[in-house]
Design a protein around this ligand. Structure first.
Ligand code: 9GP
Length: 776
């Protein structure tokens, strides 16, 4: 009530849901501030080493519900809201979903921030405060339409603006030599201003800071030019600043708008490093030789890889250290996580652009390259500069103390493919740290029925120590427990069905298999394989409508990058197929498709707890890890998947009998792809796939001309081997049908999946980083 009156300036009789939500958020924030400040004091007073996580993306989602859980105030909050006559769901769902990321990489960063706080590790996350997060998706006639997301169009109660922590970030200009020293005279500049969000850990023992940088103009406008009547030029500094922190790049695999993207990356990195050095000097004094003892910096993918040259520049040009020492210090401070092997996602910048935007950094990159070549006595095949481009993967690798992959398989592939030459030179540098997810958000908060059952069965300790889920294994043979497990899942499925009916008009039977594929739309993730299998199944049901079919609801969710034509065509196809199949009276009791638009963190929190089957069907060797796969397992869904990314470890842990495996291995996929005409040959052999493609071509699902190019690509190119894996996938899905029909057996498998999922807590991952990389 205090914040409603004094912060929102509203009496209860006039308060809207928005007012109440802000009042509740400020009340919760008050409770976070105390451990947050205490954590800062402890770190400063004890001169603790800090971890700095630099990431262009933090897919944080909604904050309020998670904070309530971590403060342990779940029940009190329910009672308080009830006594005020407020609806908890309405309040929680009023909060915008902060989508400052594209997908897995950004969500991982958010899980890591939560685990760092839960484990009491002094840490800062550094990112950009994008005015517009990832675009909003809607469907018009089945096609994706993007509209801007506007989470900051209203007060954001979680952040504290720090006008005193502002740094000037330069771009372009020239480098001059003065008294033997290089002096960079930037041609443009903006100010990076800090906005801090506290991230509270489990049981509120510790809170760290997510510091997001917003760009401000160095001068509001150029008065001289303004007075001369040149209004557009006068507003240039403001325009540059606004553009810089305006949008998140809506693409997680390729780079567009090159100059702006490079500027954004440098903006984040330079602001973070200036802030880190300022704090180090304030706490430990001017001697930067001890930087690596007190600072561990993690680069989330190559996006902040300019940190290598920037740190050297700051040490050399601003703090007068020699190049060799600066290089050594930077290397002992920086570490790099690789999240993808897709060549189009490994950033490269033309030398021209790098020299134009960051001329001093290009000089330093050449010095780093030269030093590396000399010190390793190696030819050019490991050089940072190649074909007139700066290779950010190589730069990040050469400048990192440790480089890590994100699953066991991915790490092996990093060693043997993209960084094979560098790995030979530095055989101890690459390490594996399989990803994880926070069980607070992804189990306790999003799945209350299951959380209650776990609490009752094995006690509440699992929330902070997910390995305790092992204690569930003996209950996998306990009929009473399995009934309760089924009831918990059913409760989530009923809630989801009600939502699907209200939002999409789809009447879903909670007894059906809820078969879910949610992730970014990308050819390598193979939503196409899933929808083609759906078409083939639909056709089979039509052939024998009185057959013993296991009812299924196929759920899709995900956005395509606005410029990714093939992914957008697949979205269109799924929606077209859904329309036909959902309206078909012959099959509709057995098969339905739901594709709710605008998949985001909040939607994942509803879909994952309600899933029976988790689709992890990428072409082997292409998905670095996946983290959705872990969330599903934790929530008792069984996986149908290939031996890709962390699926491999999930299968090992849950046991091969509790995992539906299909498809080529990574090595087999490489061989298959090299065979000329592999797609056509595979399609000719598969009646089911052939018929699915034919039905599309005949126009059974909307106008076929929409799909000619996609069909042509599938028959003649099929780079992600949909055809080669189709029959194996189709067969595997039928074994899912029969397994699901035996409830007792299915529930047992589900229990064993949950019991084996403790390894996938991000607490375990963070402990691994602490031991192997950060030494904190
Ligand atoms: O594609 C990977 C995904 O497999 C992984 O789980 C995630 C977190 O490590 O990173 C994704 N990579 C990217 O988004 C771009 O590198």
């Amino acid at each position: 009530m205090y914040h409603l009156t004094h912060t929102q300036g509203r009496g209860p009789e006039f308060a809207t849901v928005f007012d109440w939500r802000l009042a509740v958020s400020y009340t919760i924030r008050d409770l976070i501030v105390t451990p947050w400040m205490a954590g800062h004091r402890t770190s400063r007073d004890n001169k603790l080493k800090r971890v700095y996580y630099l990431s262009m993306e933090f897919l944080i989602g909604r904050i309020l519900g998670d904070a309530i859980i971590n403060l342990g105030l779940d029940h009190q909050m329910d009672e308080a809201l009830e006594s005020l006559g407020l609806n908890r769901t309405q309040i929680l769902e009023d909060e915008p979903d902060a989508a400052l990321g594209n997908g897995g990489l950004g969500r991982l960063a958010a899980c890591f921030m939560e685990s760092l706080s839960s484990l009491g590790v002094p840490a800062f996350g550094y990112g950009i405060r994008y005015e517009h997060g990832l675009f909003r998706q809607r469907f018009a006639a089945g096609q994706q339409v993007e509209t801007p997301e506007d989470w900051l169009n209203q007060p954001h109660p979680w952040e504290f603006v720090r006008v005193d922590y502002s740094y000037t970030i330069g771009f372009k200009g020239e480098v001059e030599t003065v008294d033997g020293h290089s002096v960079w005279l930037p041609g443009e500049s903006v100010v990076a201003r800090a906005y801090d969000t506290p991230v509270i850990g489990w049981q509120a023992n510790w809170a760290n800071t997510l510091r997001l940088w917003g760009a401000q103009p160095t001068n509001l406008f150029d008065l001289h030019r303004f007075n001369a009547g040149d209004y557009a030029a006068a507003a240039e500094p403001e325009a540059l600043a606004r553009t810089l922190s305006r949008v998140l790049y809506p693409d997680d695999t390729t780079d567009q708008g090159k100059e702006l993207r490079l500027k954004q990356e440098y903006f984040l990195t330079s602001a973070a490093l200036q802030d880190i050095i300022r704090r180090f000097v304030a706490e430990h004094g001017e001697d930067l030789a001890h930087l690596p003892d007190k600072v561990a910096i993690q680069l989330n993918d190559t996006h902040p890889a300019i940190a290598g040259p920037e740190l050297i520049r700051l040490l050399m040009d601003e703090h007068d250290l020699p190049f060799a020492q600066s290089l050594d210090l930077a290397r002992r401070t920086l570490n790099y996580t690789n999240h993808t092997l897709l060549p189009e996602a490994l950033e490269r910048w033309s030398i021209w652009l790098m020299g134009h935007v960051l001329p001093r950094h290009l000089q330093i990159i050449r010095m780093i390259d030269e030093d590396h070549r000399k010190s390793t006595g190696r030819p050019a095949n490991v050089s940072i500069i190649d074909h007139d481009e700066v290779r950010m993967g190589e730069l990040a690798f050469i400048m990192a103390g440790k480089v890590n992959g994100v699953s066991a398989l991915h790490t092996d592939l990093v060693r043997s493919t993209v960084f094979a030459d560098l790995h030979k030179l530095h055989p101890d540098r690459i390490v594996n740290l399989t990803n994880g997810v926070t069980p607070r958000r992804w189990l306790r908060m999003s799945n209350p029925p299951l959380a209650r059952l776990l609490d009752k069965t094995i006690g509440t300790g699992w929330t902070g120590d997910l390995d305790l889920l092992k204690g569930l294994a003996p209950y996998a043979d306990d009929g009473g427990f399995l009934d309760e497990l089924r009831a918990a899942k059913r409760q989530n499925k009923v809630a989801l069905s009600n939502g699907l009916l209200a939002d999409l008009g789809i009447n879903a039977d909670p007894e059906a298999i809820f078969d879910v594929q949610v992730k970014r739309m990308h050819e390598y993730k193979r939503q196409l394989l899933n929808i083609l299998e759906t078409i083939a199944l639909w056709h089979r049901i039509h052939e024998s409508p009185n057959g013993d079919w296991t009812p299924r609801l196929k759920i899709f969710g995900g956005k395509a990058a606005p410029g990714y034509w093939t992914a957008k065509t697949i979205i269109h196809l799924i929606n077209d197929v859904a329309k036909t199949i959902n309206d078909d009276p012959v099959t509709s009791q057995f098969l339905k498709i739901a594709y709710p638009p605008n998949y985001n963190v909040s939607m994942a929190e509803k879909l994952i707890p309600a899933a029976d089957l988790s689709e992890q069907i990428s072409t082997a060797g292409k998905e670095a890890s996946g983290t959705g796969n872990m969330k599903f397992t934790m929530n008792g869904a069984l996986t149908i998947g290939t031996l890709d990314g962390a699926n491999v470890e999930i299968r090992e842990l849950v046991g091969p009998d509790n995992f539906f495996l299909f498809g080529l291995t990574a090595a087999e996929a490489e061989t298959e792809k090299a065979k000329p005409g592999h797609a056509r040959a595979a399609i000719e052999k598969s009646d089911d796939m052939k018929i699915a493609l034919q039905l599309i071509a005949e126009g059974r699902f909307g106008r076929p001309e929409h799909y000619y190019a996609l069909l042509d690509r599938t028959w003649n190119d099929d780079p992600f081997l949909v055809a080669s894996d189709f029959d194996s996938y189709y067969r595997c899905q039928r074994s899912v049908d029969s397994a699901y029909a035996d409830h007792g057996h299915w529930d047992r498998m589900s229990a064993l999946n949950i019991a084996s999922s403790g390894f996938f807590s991000s607490d375990r991952t963070i402990r691994g980083y602490m031991e192997t990389i950060w030494h904190v």
